[in-house]
Design a protein around this ligand. Structure first.
Ligand SMILES: [Mg+2]
Length: 215
C-alpha cells in the first residue's frame, strides 16, 4: 500500500511557522502600494481573517475588500505569498525524517501537495525533508489532487492519504477507494469531526503507526 502525504500542516507546520510571516510581508507590500490601513491594525485583522479562511489567499482578498483596496493591491498581496522564504527560521523536521525512514521499510511513500511548484519545493528543502524517502513528489494546482491520486493508484495499487483538509486532500481519495486519514493540525483544526469521507482521525503524524496496525 502506498502512503500519500499532504505537505502543509500535515508534514510541516505551515500555518504556525510560514503563513503568519507571509501575511505580514504581503500586508506591508500592499500598504506600501497605498492600501489604507496602518500596519499594526492590518496585521491584527489579516491574522483574524486568516484563522477562518481556507487559504491565506482568501485572508488577503478579504482584507483588500475591507480596506477598499483595488485589483493592484490584491495582486501585490497574492504575489507576495509566492516570495522566496529566504529569511524564514523554521524547525527542521529531523524526527519526521526518522519516522518516515521507518515507514518506508514497509511502504512506498509519496507527497501530493497543492500550490505553486516553486514555493512547495522550497518548503520541502527549508524543512530539510529528505526527498529520497519519497517515490513521488507531486505538486498539483490547488484543489486538483484527484488527478495525482488516479496516476498513483495506477502505478502502486491500493493507497492511503494523510491530510489536514478534508475536501481538498481526502474526499477525492475516498471516492477512488483510498483509505483516508484526517490529521487535525493547522487549518485541519477547523474541519468537522466524524466526516463521512474520513476513515481515521489523528492528532499528530506519529499516530499514523497506530492506524497502520489496523488497516
Ligand atoms: Mg495541508
Amino acid at each position: 500500500m502506498l502512503l500519500i502525504f499532504d505537505l502543509d500542516d500535515t508534514l510541516i507546520p505551515t500555518s504556525k511557522e510560514i503563513t503568519p510571516k507571509k501575511l505580514d510581508s504581503a500586508l506591508k507590500k500592499m500598504i506600501d502600494a497605498g492600501l489604507k490601513i496602518n500596519f499594526e491594525e492590518g496585521k491584527k485583522r489579516i491574522h483574524q481573517l486568516n484563522e477562518k479562511a481556507h487559504r491565506s489567499k482568501q485572508a488577503i482578498e478579504y482584507l483588500v475588500l475591507e480596506c477598499g483596496g483595488d485589483e493592484t493591491h490584491r495582486e501585490i498581496g497574492l504575489k507576495a505569498l509566492e516570495d522566496k522564504l529566504l529569511d524564514f527560521n523554521v524547525t527542521p523536521q529531523k524526527e519526521l525524517n526518522e519516522f518516515l525512514r521507518v515507514l518506508r521499510k514497509e511502504y512506498p511513500l509519496a507527497i501530493v501537495t497543492g500550490g505553486s511548484k516553486q514555493v512547495q519545493e522550497e518548503k520541502i528543502d527549508l524543512y530539510k525533508i529528505d526527498r529520497e524517502l519519497f517515490r513521488e513528489i507531486i505538486v498539483e494546482d490547488w484543489g486538483e489532487k484527484e488527478r495525482a491520486y488516479i496516476q498513483l493508484k495506477e502505478r502502486f495499487g491500493s493507497f492511503l492519504v494523510v491530510g489536514d483538509r478534508i475536501a481538498n486532500d481526502l474526499s477525492g481519495a475516498k471516492k477512488l477507494g483510498g483509505i483516508t486519514i484526517h490529521i487535525r493540525q493547522g487549518r485541519g483544526l477547523l474541519e468537522p469531526k466524524n466526516h463521512p469521507d474520513v476513515d481515521y482521525e489523528i492528532e499528530t503524524i506519529k499516530e499514523l503507526t497506530r492506524v497502520l496496525e489496523r488497516v
